[in-house]
Design a protein around this ligand. Sequence first.
Ligand SMILES: [Zn+2]
Ligand SMILES: [Zn+2]
Length: 281
Amino acid sequence: MTEIGSVTITVLVENTTERRGLLAEHGFAVLVEARGRKILFDTGAGRALLPNAEALGVDLASVSAVVLSHGHYDHTGGLKAFLEAHGPVDVYAHPDVFRERYSVKAGEEPRSTGIPWKRRELESWGARFNLERTMVMLGPGMFLTGAIPRLTEYEKTPEEFKTRSGSSWERDIVPDDQALVIHTARGLVVLLGCAHAGLINTLRHVRLVTGMTKIHAVFGGTHLRGASTERINRTIEALGEFGVDLIGVGHCTGFEACTALYREFGKRFHCMPVGTVFSLE
Ligand SMILES: [Zn+2]
Ligand SMILES: [Zn+2]
């Protein structure tokens, strides 16, 4: 795989912000700039993407592709506003990104958590969907993993994630969840949406498909919020396999996992509030 010289990752939507004039929102979106190409990875829940890009002086007009890490509303909800502002664009995702999905908890009304629009609506607003279940090259040195096998026994999607099967509910393991991988001179850079496939499953799959062992950096949501202490500990122990130099997490990572990762990684650990820029050589 071709190495990419420098990579810049700018956080446009995240649950937190520490700077005046920026909006926090339960959601995630980052702009990836590599080899003169700009890729929007996820779009947030809808309200924060465009105002934050403007406040940060980030030009979204030159974005050449959008990637949807999975079909949850907090990653896809900004797509309409983006398309209206940008015009037609290639959108990469797994076909199950359009799955009807809900959060179903005892004693509560089921809550719709899927992509807020139909495929044909998004197409009428300019989305050109490239839907693949397997790995897709986005350019030299850059690819989307496709579906990630679920192999660890401690990384499970939450019980409340459901999809409809006829008139009953069925577990939704979010089969569409995938990561974006960039090959740099220092190793692989892995960008996660929520890592519903599991952080360790994701990194092991990346290692398997690339044949490369060194993961230089990991950024994004890890969905360890609400995870058991045992799962968090096992995740951190397994992370030792990859030689990660830099870890930036946020969105659905949760306080307990953040503090545990900070203890492990020290100054190599970063939160990623809106406006954070990671520049990698
Ligand atoms: Zn999600
Ligand atoms: Zn999320």
